[in-house]
Design a protein around this ligand. Sequence first.
Ligand SMILES: *Cc1c(COP(=O)(O)O)cnc(C)c1O
Length: 417
Amino acid sequence: MSYLKNIDPQIYRVIRNEISRQEDNLELIASENFASLAVLEAQGSVLTNKYAEGYPRRRWYGGCEFVDDAEQLAIERAKDLFAAEYVNVQPHSGTQANMAVFFCALKFKETILAMDLSCGGHLTHGHPHNYSGMFYNVVAYGVNKKTQMLDYDEIEKLALKFKPKLILAGASAYSREIDFKRFRAISDKAGAYLFVDMAHIAGLVAAGIHPSPVGFADFVSSTTHKTLRGPRGGFIISKNKFARKLDSLVFPGIQGGPLMHVIAAKAVAFAEAKTKEFKAYQEQVVKNARQFCESLKNKGFDIISGGTDTHLLLVDLSSRNINGKLAQELLQKANITVNKNLIPFDKLSASITSGIRLGTAAVTTRGMKEKEIALIADFIDRAVKNRDNPQELAKIKKEVLDLTGKFPLYPELKNNG
Ligand SMILES: *Cc1c(COP(=O)(O)O)cnc(C)c1O
């Protein structure tokens, strides 16, 4: 970064600081990951200079022959990876992918049935301050109070009662396998479109560890930067019959020029996701999440639904007499990064919460396995017990630094800075 260092030392500093932060912290935010150097190189390339409104071979600008190749590769690789008929790789984010799907499937004010935010749904699944909540009539389904898992009979009842035009499956904080076949059956009975938002689990789906929604859902959306470990962005999968409408809703409907550097990086990530190393990685991600549940349960923590089938787990802190906000702040003092999270039927507000959400995608990318996860669970337990003991928290932080030091973010760069 020698040019940046000379020309803009302030931003250079910011990036340096962020590199150190990522190196020195245990990243347990379930929606985060560390993209490969190949992804970073594609994303940091001159492709950012190019305007390419339109789609490959039908652009509004000249000079698109090479970025066309990048987008074509991204599309073909995503189709191959997810056995998809149609893919659009232009959405700048998961939120925009979802917006295009909503606009494609629905008229304003029509009814959607989606997962309640406090049970794990995403902002774009009907939050009143998001377009999804502003433009549509939202009916929410939750989880069963006892099992804390999806209750398909209950979802079916709601679907038959409210006759939504679209049923949305997928979540940001739900740790269990989702039965897409059952969702399809419910949608058919209710005469609704089925839309699956697989933003969190796309990497698991790509690796065949979580069942794929493709084939069951009319629309599938995703991000590329969570378990899929690509650049920050979104994409859409659907049947060919929606291809034209979705294309024109993404551009010119809701976006202008596509981010060709990001699309190239998406292509790289889709290729990486085809490898056997990626499959082994995703298997380890789930093993680590299961180990995390076991280790935390052994320390007396309550895990929502009692466990996990994915990369994430939701910890109910109520019995440990600490809320999510305080736990997040406390753990940050020990260089452990987590986010506070509502738990099903939470009695506290969204800005305080009774839980934290933990994910293993990022630490597994660093090479950590069950042994390290058990150690991290121990750090968390000790931090919670010693919340008023700065010396002990400093000691935990030192142990975290010992651990992160053994698992460099980009070991390929170790010897050349
Ligand atoms: C992260 C996420 C999104 C949105 O992704 P952004 O890229 O942040 O807009 C959408 N849906 C679900 C379920 C998510 O977890």
